[in-house]
Design a protein around this ligand. Structure first.
Ligand SMILES: Cc1cc2nc3c(=O)[nH]c(=O)nc-3n(C[C@H](O)[C@H](O)[C@H](O)COP(=O)(O)O)c2cc1C
Length: 182
């Protein structure tokens, strides 16, 4: 697919099938995240362990339940809500606390893999909600299971998987936020 077509086609997918992604395609997609513009260290953790994802889902929902935000609270309390929208693979991007560009670097890496996944008709959703439970040094036991280098903290995450035929995307509103200075 042409680059422009991929960029226009990409949407956040919030409904996945449970089908496994082809291992070689997954590797090819993940590799694109390693060749994005980079400033400082970061780590890419591909979580395919279903037990760990289930534990992680519970931790996120528990965090949401206790949120003062009504929408977040409702998500946490909804028994049908899955924090990864049913995707069986989560790509977690982490960086050392002292890297001031951790958020920027990991997000550029994430966008690379998101566009690459679109080329292979895989769905993705860029998310920050999976990092909330680790704010304030909480949930260290779960964090240890990600086997990150010392001092690294999750910064953002991307779900990846086969798109469910039931997935629906709302129309994206056109933004009026470009100005040219000539
Ligand atoms: C910084 C940031 C954080 C986001 N966090 C979440 C999230 O936690 N959960 C989620 O479902 N989507 C999240 N999104 C995805 C946006 O909701 C989505 O990109 C936006 O609604 C536009 O829709 P589209 O991606 O389909 O074009 C996030 C996007 C950004 C840029």
């Amino acid at each position: 697919m042409d680059t422009m077509d991929i960029i226009k086609k990409r949407r956040s997918i919030r409904n996945y099938t449970n089908e496994k992604i082809d291992e070689n395609i997954l590797k090819e997609v993940i590799n694109t995240a390693t060749i994005a513009p980079v400033a400082g260290e970061f780590q890419i953790t591909v979580i395919e362990n279903q037990e760990l994802l289930e534990k992680y889902n519970i931790v996120i929902k528990e965090f949401l339940k206790n949120s003062p935000d009504e929408n977040m609270k409702a998500m946490g309390e909804n028994p049908n809500y899955n924090a990864f929208y049913g995707a069986n693979t989560l790509v977690l991007f982490s960086a050392p606390d002292e890297n001031p560009f951790g958020g920027l670097t990991t997000s550029l890496a994430a966008e690379n893999m998101i566009l690459a996944a679109t080329e292979f008709d895989l769905g993705t959703c860029y998310m920050v909600s999976p990092i909330f439970p680790f704010n304030d040094g909480a949930n260290n036991d779960l964090l240890k299971e990600f086997n990150l280098p010392d001092g690294f903290k999750p910064v953002c995450a991307v779900t990846i998987g086969k798109i469910s035929p039931e997935n629906e995307n709302p129309k994206r509103p056109a933004l009026d936020n470009v100005n040219y200075v000539k």
